[in-house]
Ligand binder design. Sequence first.
Ligand code: NAD
Length: 471
Amino acid sequence: MNNPLPTESKAQNRKRLFEDQSKTAQLWRSSNPLSRIERLIKIRSWIKDNQQAIRDALKNDFGKPETETDLSEIFPVTAEINHSIKHLKKWMSPKSVSTPLPMLGTSSMIYIEPKGRALIISPWNYPFNLTIGPLISALSAGCTAIIKPSEMTPHTSELISRMISELFKPNEVAVILGEVDVSQDLLQLPFDHIFFTGSPAVGKIVMKAAAEHLTSVTLELGGKSPAIVNRDANCKDAAEKLIWGKYVNCGQTCISPDYLLVHESQLETLLVEMKVALQKMYDPDFNGIEQSPDMARIVNDKHFDRLTRTIEDAVAKGAEISFGGTAKPHTRYIEPTILTNVTDQMLVMQKEIFGPILPIVTYNSLEEAIAYVNSKPKPLALYYFGKNSEDTSTVLRETSSGNAVINDCVLHYLHMELPFGGVNNSGIGKAHGYHGFLAFSNEKGVLKQRIGLNNVTLLRPPYGIRARQII
Ligand code: NAD
């Protein structure tokens, strides 16, 4: 076995890699759409040829069902690639702007230039999608990238490392595997942009480190995304959409409906419909949800313990288990669990759940539900189920969230024309399509004056009455 490199030389190697990427970043400033598209096509072909390897890695990491891998890891990445290929030429073109009166005779454009050297730090919950997705945006923008995938999904991170080494030279794109110390070490380098996806707590650490170099950041964070089910919602429709949105990836989704705010009059019907939906989707043959090939498992023992403690804490403080509640440590299976009678004193209402537990809070008036949402940090997503358009407008106007979906949930993630991301505690900056491309780009305003034309003479000293008249 090779001796591990001493920490200092590992840090030196990373610094050298960063310097090598700096040279490539300078060359890539003049890259044309075609050369960037070629890089994206290489990735798309690799994914096509290695689809089964991606599925296997995710299955090994946390029992992710193959169809869910296709739907939520592979499809969003290829959609991002196809969207970029289609629009990249237009995105990269300089855009002319109109000329204000005092600038008469000049012409002005917005040039889009690559920020340069990017760092991408990704989480474990959609480990392929949330690593390669930002890379597509970085490459579209003409940036180089160092990638630090999550240590908690080792099979997928190893596969990503292999993929990148097969497709790119290290001075173009490189993967560095490792834990928190590796991430912190990379954060010391003066990158031009950092794209971080993870928890708000680590987001703060990343932003502090970035401040040292005034590096710009995109922070894709998490939090508690509410789903409001109003008195005029169609409970059957809402239940089916909520059950899928909650239990895809076993609830380990940043935009999963974290908790429900349900109009008092709808509680009983919604509970019945959710149980019907669970059985229809995950237990059609009445063998038990545990047997379903479509339910993933909890990623590791630490998260399994955290989630079972969350259920125990809620029950000890008076919550009722309306559905589920069983947990099997040896397979890290937690049954979809619906809790009623919950209060803010319970852990389940204090922290992002990130697992298959769905607490329900009831309300009597929409104002009450809005006030509840507004009493918490701004969520990554807000879901609203109801028919009345005035109520819908009220919710959209009076709450703030990164994204909002009416009469569905989670689906917005797949919409490449929509900016995706949070606001304040749930994130800074946006991803996907043009918005992801912009995250890695600098919009450079360029004003062109004509030689000999000097239309600001009147604004120069000696200042007289005419200068004051102009401004
Ligand atoms: P995490 O913040 O613990 O880790 C994310 C990455 O940061 C990992 O690569 C990890 O190695 C690194 N990291 C961890 N601690 C660090 C530290 N102290 N210093 C530097 N780097 C550090 O997040 P996670 O557990 O992997 O993912 C779950 C969180 O991510 C949830 O809060 C979820 O909502 C959020 N998330 C957000 C999105 C989004 O698009 N907004 C998507 C997925 C997950």
